[in-house]
Design a binder for this molecule. Structure first.
Ligand code: CDP
Length: 224
């Protein structure tokens, strides 16, 4: 079935930029579906880890990604009938996701699954390559970012809020490492898509960022 008429808003950007929260709220406001593509890379990292497959082993991890038994149930993610919603959110799986995401064959294994989220009345997709690779025909492409320091402070507060241990400098280094891996990989690197709108959130709160996206979507619709 051709679903190219179903509108997609892509929100790409680096780690801890707040794009997940913004994307979810935009989807909620518009009544659109939501794709958290980072969760898929986290699931692959976890699935490989559970099978003792090292994240550097591209072919074994890709095989794992091609044979994922996953189900999404609202906020719940089920992997082989196990609820892994919390497990995939750990810092360890975040690092694993960033490592498995460098493999072209792993990325290829997740393309069809990502396209399957494009359903009426529309989709908001967040990630690194949503506008450049997965949904190049998106109605609106946003590149959402903030300085590394702003993002490190946000992640630091987020961890403290969850009563987890956090070291600001460790977080800053980790973000720099992940940014470098995302930007410098050969396959689907993190870059701003052509025609994307830049949204810097250093001095914006969540509502302002959400309204920015909604305004641009309205304008994009009027132009069509
Ligand atoms: O918390 P953070 O924003 O780092 O993570 P995430 O959005 O859950 O994604 C986890 C990792 O998957 C990222 O560090 C990226 O390396 C990778 N990823 C990707 O390569 N392509 C995407 N479309 C989404 C995530």
């Amino acid at each position: 079935m051709n679903n190219s008429s179903i509108p997609v808003i892509t929100i790409d950007g680096p780690s801890a930029s707040g794009k997940g929260t913004v994307a979810q709220l935009v989807a909620q406001k518009l009544g659109f579906h939501y794709l958290d593509s980072g969760a898929l890379y986290r699931i692959v990292a976890l699935a490989a880890h559970q099978k003792d497959i090292p994240w550097v082993d591209e072919s074994a991890v890709a095989e794992c990604a091609n044979n994922l038994e996953i189900r999404f149930n609202h906020d719940q993610v089920m992997l082989n009938n196990q609820d892994v919603s919390e497990l995939i959110r750990s810092e360890k799986m975040g690092k694993g996701a960033s490592q498995v995401a460098v493999h072209p064959n792993v990325r290829a294994a997740l393309v069809t699954l990502q396209h399957s989220f494009r359903k009426a009345p529309g989709l908001v997709a967040d990630g690194r390559d949503m506008g450049t690779v997965i949904f190049p025909d998106a109605a609106l492409k946003i590149f959402l970012t903030a300085s590394t320091e702003t993002r490190a402070v946000r992640r630091y507060k987020q961890l403290l809020g969850k009563n987890l241990q956090a070291d600001y400098y460790e977080i800053l280094l980790d973000l720099q490492e992940r940014d470098a891996r995302d930007k410098n990989r050969a396959s689907a690197p993190l870059i701003m898509a052509e025609h994307a709108v830049l949204l810097k959130t250093d001095n914006l709160d969540i509502n302002e960022a959400v309204n920015f996206v909604l305004r641009h979507f309205e304008t994009a619709n009027k132009k069509q």
